[in-house]
Design a protein around this ligand. Structure first.
Ligand code: SF4
Ligand code: SF4
Length: 372
């Protein structure tokens, strides 16, 4: 495992962090976490050098934190830096901050959280919740009480919003941004990555594979990527190449992904990419953008929908149709909450970190799948 500086904190973090939002699930109605397998793969990651575990209050419908608590029992807690996030955007009153934090400590079976983030910060949540409810003072009080150690935010909005939040508080230790070879000019982008690192923040990269879409590329995209390296390793190398990156998070769902990612992390280096390989990513970005139907990352923030429309699954099949139209059409027929059930209330769009025009795209997908 390679270890890197975490901004100015003095901490050394593994180049690969374990994201706990896509843990292995059972094949049941609720897609509940397969606990023994999830514990096993998390511990395997830690045994092989991962020292950063990331979860959030809402992941897996609120069950991820408890699972992480179990995985980190039996002495594993002391081997890692533990990160979780405050669902602050939904707070109406300041007291909710402490209430939620205490619940998280209980779920995680720990007396402190190492890295505590305002979850999915955007300009609206920053102004209406973080500033209005004075949550940064609450973060500082929690730190003084020993409940959290480092203060950060995860981010989904445009670059201007990123700058506002980054410069809106002097006490940030770190931030977490979406970054991959397709998103260099999207959200915080390369500019945001550089700005955060220049201020001495640790920078965590999420969505390195854009919700898995860069892991299974079309033949065209594969052909554009650097030769002799798997699409996943290429995508991860693109991120690890940057000196500003402290670590990247991979939401690993099975033992094979853990094994492969551990190897990729071990082989990673700052400045590893040649100029020729860097040019491949410029081309790959163009190919991707010309073929993806919708840039949904399958994060599931938009559900539940009041009409039980299965938005992430519909978009997954819509994108899959680029590669295999017949299989995608067959899979769409099996989706109970299909796009036709949407009543256009717009609640999902308020929650989508990618700011996708979900209603419009659902209509488009429905027409496509029904062959209209
Ligand atoms: S707009 Fe449609 S898909 Fe979105 S929450 Fe409303 S009913 Fe559900
Ligand atoms: S539509 Fe938006 S919120 Fe829903 S899964 Fe896709 S990216 Fe996430």
């Amino acid at each position: 495992m390679q270890y890197r500086d975490f901004g100015k904190t003095g901490e050394k973090v593994s180049a690969l962090g374990f994201g706990c939002m896509r843990l292995p699930t059972r094949n049941d109605f609720k897609h509940s976490i397969d606990e023994p397998e999830a514990v096993r793969i998390i511990r395997n990651g830690i045994d092989n050098g991962i020292n950063y575990i990331d979860t959030a209050f809402f992941y897996h419908g609120g069950k991820s934190e408890s699972l992480v608590g179990k995985a980190l029992s039996d002495g594993y807690r002391d081997k890692v830096l533990l990160a979780t996030k405050s669902p602050f955007a939904g707070f109406k009153f300041g007291f909710e901050f402490d209430k939620v934090l205490n619940t998280q400590l209980k779920r995680l079976q720990t007396d402190h959280i190492d890295m505590y983030l305002l979850h999915a910060a955007n300009l609206k949540a920053w102004k209406n919740s973080a500033l209005k409810l004075d949550l940064l003072s609450k973060m500082e009080k929690a730190r003084a009480a020993g409940k959290i150690r480092y203060i950060g935010f995860s981010f989904h909005d445009d670059y201007e919003a990123f700058e506002t939040i980054l410069n809106g508080y002097d006490g940030w230790d770190f931030c977490q941004i979406q970054y991959n070879y397709v998103d260099i000019n999207n959200q915080a982008g390369t500019k945001g990555l550089e700005a955060a690192a220049a201020k001495g923040l640790g920078v965590i990269v999420m969505e390195p594979l854009l919700g898995g879409k860069l892991a299974n590329p079309t033949d065209n995209l594969k052909a554009a990527l650097p030769e002799g390296v798997s699409p996943v390793q290429s995508a991860l190398d693109f991120i690890w190449d940057r000196p500003e990156v402290s670590l990247l998070l991979s939401g690993m769902s099975n033992a094979q992904q853990v094994t492969e990612n551990l190897r990729y992390a071990d082989e990673s280096r700052i400045g590893k990419l040649t100029d020729e390989q860097k040019l491949c990513f410029v081309k790959a970005k163009k190919v991707f953008e010309s073929s993806a139907k919708i840039s949904c990352t399958h994060c599931e923030y938009c559900i539940p929908c009041p009409k039980k429309v299965e938005i992430p699954e519909i978009f997954a099949q819509y994108n899959k149709s680029v590669q295999d139209e017949a299989a995608a059409k067959k899979a769409y027929k099996k989706i109970k909450g299909d796009a036709a059930k949407c009543i256009g209330c717009g609640k999902c769009e308020e929650k989508c970190p990618q700011k996708l025009p979900i209603r419009q795209k659902l209509q488009e997908a429905d027409k496509f799948f029904k062959g209209e």
